[in-house]
Design a binder for this molecule. Structure first.
Ligand code: 3NM
Length: 211
C-alpha cells in the first residue's frame, strides 16, 4: 500500500457534521484529503436504504477525486459497493477469513497495544490506526488517550509498517503526530467542525512526500 494515502485521512458519518455531510465531504476532497472513511455510527445515524444511498453518494464523490473510499466496520457493505477497502476494530478480527476475498482492497485495523499490532500485521492488515492519541469527543467508547509515547513505541516495533494516528488530532498537534512516527493523520471533528475546511486540510497535509 502506498503510505501517501494516509497523509490526511478524513473519517465522517452524518452525525459528525454541522452542515450537509456531502457538502462537507466535497469541500474536504477539493481541499486535498488523501483518503476517506465512511463511519456511519452512533445515535441518529442512517440505517437501511438511506445508509446505503448515502454510502453510494460518498463513494461516487470520492471516485470523482480519485480518493480511496473506505467503509468502517461494515465489511458486507464494502464488498457490496466494491469499496476500495474497509477498516475494522478489534471486535471484528475475522480478518484472516476474508483477507483472501479482499485481495487488492485496503484493509485497516485499529490497534491499541503491541500485541494487537503484531496480530494485525500477521493477519494481513495493510495499515493500522493507532489511538486515541489525545482526548476525543467523537468516539463514545474510546479508550483513554495513549499519547505520543505509545505511537513512538509502536513505530519502533514496526519500522516500516503504514501507521495513521487517530484521536483528538488538530491542526496544531498534527506535526507532532507525524514526527512521532505516523505516516499520516486521521481526523473527524477538526474537519467536520471547521469554518474553513480548505485551510484546515492545508494545515493538516504533510509538507513532504512520504513513502
Ligand atoms: N477511533 P476526532 S478515536 C474513530 O482510538 C476513532 O481507535 C479512535 O475523532 C481510536 O478526530 C476516533 O474527532 C475518533 O478526535 C476520532
Amino acid at each position: 500500500m502506498n503510505c501517501n494515502i494516509l497523509n490526511v485521512y478524513f473519517i465522517m458519518g452524518t452525525i459528525n457534521c454541522r452542515k450537509d455531510p456531502l457538502e462537507t465531504l466535497e469541500e474536504a476532497l477539493q481541499a486535498g484529503i488523501t483518503c476517506f472513511q465512511l463511519r456511519e455510527k452512533g445515535e441518529g445515524s442512517l440505517t437501511g436504504k438511506a445508509y446505503e444511498e448515502f454510502a453510494r453518494a460518498c463513494q461516487k464523490m470520492c471516485q470523482a477525486y480519485q480518493v480511496p473510499f473506505i467503509v468502517n466496520d461494515d465489511v458486507e457493505l464494502a464488498f457490496k459497493l466494491n469499496a476500495d477497502g474497509f477498516h475494522i476494530g478489534q471486535e471484528d478480527l475475522a480478518l484472516p477469513i476474508f483477507r483472501e476475498k479482499a485481495k487488492g482492497k485496503i484493509v485497516g485495523v485499529s490497534v491499541h497495544n503491541s500485541r494487537e499490532m503484531e496480530q494485525a500485521i500477521l493477519n494481513g492488515a495493510d495499515y493500522v490506526g493507532i489511538g486515541p492519541l489525545y482526548k476525543t469527543q467523537s468516539k463514545k467508547d474510546a479508550k483513554p488517550p495513549a499519547g505520543l509515547y505509545f505511537l513512538k513505541a509502536i513505530r519502533k516495533q514496526s519500522a516500516n509498517f503504514p501507521i495513521v494516528g487517530i484521536g483528538g488530532i488538530t491542526e496544531e498537534n498534527a506535526n507532532a503526530v507525524r514526527s512521532s512516527g505516523a505516516d499520516g493523520v486521521s481526523v473527524i471533528s477538526v474537519i467536520c467542525h471547521s469554518e474553513d475546511i480548505g485551510q484546515t486540510v492545508k494545515n493538516l497535509l504533510s509538507k513532504k512526500k512520504i513513502n
